[in-house]
Write a protein that binds this ligand. Sequence first.
Ligand code: ATP
Length: 308
Amino acid sequence: MRYESVVQVRGLVKRYGAKTAVDGLDLDVRAGTVTAVLGPNGAGKTTTVETCEGYRRPDAGAVRVLGLDPVADAARLRPRIGVMLQSGGVYSGARAGEMLRHMAKLHAHPLDVAMLVERLGLGSCGRTPYRRLSGGQQQRLALAMAVVGRPELVFLDEPTAGLDPQARRATWELVRELRADGVSTVLTTHFMDEAEQLADDVAVVDAGRVIAQGSPEELCRGGAENTLRFSGRPGLDLGALLKALPDGTAAAELSAGVYRISGTIDPQLLATVTSWCAQAGVMPDALSVERRTLEDVFLELTGKELRS
Ligand code: ATP
């Protein structure tokens, strides 16, 4: 059975004592897509996915995963989802290879264990007890365990935090392949490049709420702010240029002869800048319009840096 939303969260509230970790959060995950829940530390990302996984009960609101209630229908849901927790959940004396093979046997159509071991660079860890694996190896093993059963839906909590660039790329590649196989993925991250690289949809979370949701392109295009950069002769009279530009536009000489114009960079503004340069006898070299990044979007929405 196909669902339009494989995860549907409505008005989720979760408190830990006096602390409200999730504060009326709504989230939809479309089937067959990768959704990134992006936000700074403490935003409520882990609490949200753990509630979807059935490990926490909502204090208010409703959560449906593959059309089921993650707590009441846990026995039916668990075999259909893959879960990579941020840490723990594994018996520390078990050997990596045994655990993975055991996990594979619990499922009807598992992925090829040898292929996964190879892909995630776990070849040397087969006989090593879990507690003796490095942090990065434990994380890659957790990822392998989450996906080996060929689940319909995978939850990955900060899958690449602390990984070296090679392991990070291997993880991204695996997520892309799962997607190509029709698997839906929900991942939490505070790396905006991870969200930009992998996600079809991004839910930007802050203080327990989704403050924006859309594709990376939609989110970055959504606002007016863009940046125009060019190089030219040092010491151009930016005050004179600004008089020709709309209110709210800013201009700066970042270093000698390197200029940045910020604001609503539309074709009209571009024409005004280039014709002003022409009148001043300046060739605007290396002229580029840069779109906002998710980091900029987050800063605009919250006034905070993503990694604060
Ligand atoms: P991180 O990126 O650091 O994992 P997060 O966005 O996943 O952060 P959560 O782990 O869901 O955020 O935490 C949200 C808030 O709830 C934080 O302020 C955190 O300190 C608090 N919190 C989380 N788990 C507990 C708990 N078991 N008891 C008390 N407070 C908790």
